[in-house]
Design a protein around this ligand. Structure first.
Ligand code: SF4
Length: 360
């Protein structure tokens, strides 16, 4: 089954740590952009069945209900949809009760909410414009609107993040009616204001403290019934993200919009990060990234990001000889189905472990 990714690269305000492609929200530009998205969907010929549509950003929740409905109606006419999981990324803000209920009626059945933290201090550091109370209200209103598949993003290893501050965020989060959590370590990306902000840099935790916060999150979430299925992803049973699983399992997905990436027919390609060009072209121009994607090496690396892991027979004999010691030291698990996966401690050093196990 193929997935469809629709990139909505507009934000009300740029966050100082974010390097995703997005531009400032402008009503008229967004209207042109949505028309271009619709033209591109109509133009695509995807014969495979589609079981996932993902609106990512940017901030897709800046779109109006009418814009989202038109995009989904076009998908319905153009693709062979099979009970698709339809996710929309959103930022919590103000009273969105009516919006959320109309969103559900339009066919969106999963939300991914950018909560990031329940500490007002951390939200201020991140330059986020919402409050912890707004996150709670947003999620409760989403539940009341009928959403029973809600994911939240949080961030780990933030400047001066203590065990207590993170514990409060995790406690607040897991009391809410949500089914999925993505917990990302803050990464300093070049070309973002954080990268050169001396004050931020001086307040970042060292590697050991960052690892402690990661393990704290993994163990707390597991105790609360959210099981880790990928380095940064946790879900209640049956609520793994269909869209994200496609990335790690090398399943095809087609991306539409400026900056969107695709994996189709064994090739990886992307549409340039240029909203204006995307709006004026009749069909999106793409640039080839990889002619022969999903090599055995790539599948090996991607599968090791998940707790499904890799089949033991993918390893060389010399790599298999290293397994008992790595298992004894708590870095990996050998499962009864003869697959191997990393433990949370192993995920923290996954690059080194993958190199070690890739050796012939
Ligand atoms: S973090 Fe989200 S809301 Fe902030 S700039 Fe990036 S895409 Fe936009």
């Amino acid at each position: 089954m193929t997935g469809i990714y629709i990139h909505i690269p507009f934000c009300a305000k740029k966050c100082p740590y974010c390097d995703f492609y997005s531009v400032n929200y402008q009503k008229t530009l967004v209207e042109h952009y949505v028309r271009a998205i619709i033209r591109n969907i109509q133009f695509q010929e995807i014969s495979d069945e589609v079981d996932s549509i993902y609106f990512g950003g940017g901030t897709p929740s800046l779109l109006t209900i009418q814009q989202i409905s038109e995009i989904l109606e076009t998908c319905d006419k153009s693709f062979h949809l099979v009970q698709p999981e339809i996710t929309l990324e959103c930022n919590p803000s103000g009273n969105r009760k009516i919006y959320l209920s109309q969103l559900k009626k339009a066919g969106v059945n999963r939300l991914s909410v950018g909560v990031q933290s329940f500490s007002p201090k951390e939200l201020a550091i991140l330059g986020r414009t919402h409050s912890p109370e707004q996150s709670k209200t947003f999620i409760i209103q989403a539940k009341e609107a009928g959403f029973d598949n809600i994911s939240c993003d949080i961030m780990l290893a933030l400047p001066e993040q203590t065990e207590t501050i993170l514990a409060e965020t995790l406690e607040n989060l897991t009391l809410l009616p949500i089914q999925h959590i993505s917990a990302y370590l803050l990464q300093l990306e070049e070309n973002t204001p954080f990268f050169t902000n001396a004050e931020i840099l001086s307040r970042l935790p060292d590697d050991d403290s960052a690892a402690d916060r990661y393990l704290q999150a993994v163990h707390t979430l597991e105790r609360k019934g959210f099981f880790q299925y990928e380095i940064s992803s946790f879900a209640k049973a049956g609520f793994q993200s269909r869209h994200n699983l496609k990335y790690w399992q090398c399943v095809p997905y087609f991306g539409i919009g400026a900056g969107a990436h695709s994996l189709m027919n064994g090739k990886r390609f992307f549409c340039p990060k240029d909203v204006n060009a995307f709006c004026t072209d009749n069909t999106q121009k793409t640039i080839l990234l990889e002619e022969n994607a999903c090599s055995r090496e790539e599948q090996f690396m991607l599968a090791f990001r998940t707790t499904d892991g890799v089949p033991e027979e993918w390893l060389s004999i010399s790599a298999r000889e290293k397994l008992p010691l790595l298992e004894k030291n708590g870095y990996l698990k050998r499962k009864p189905n003869r697959r191997i996966c990393f433990t949370p401690e192993g995920f923290m050093v996954s690059n080194a472990l993958i190199s070690l196990l890739s050796l012939p």
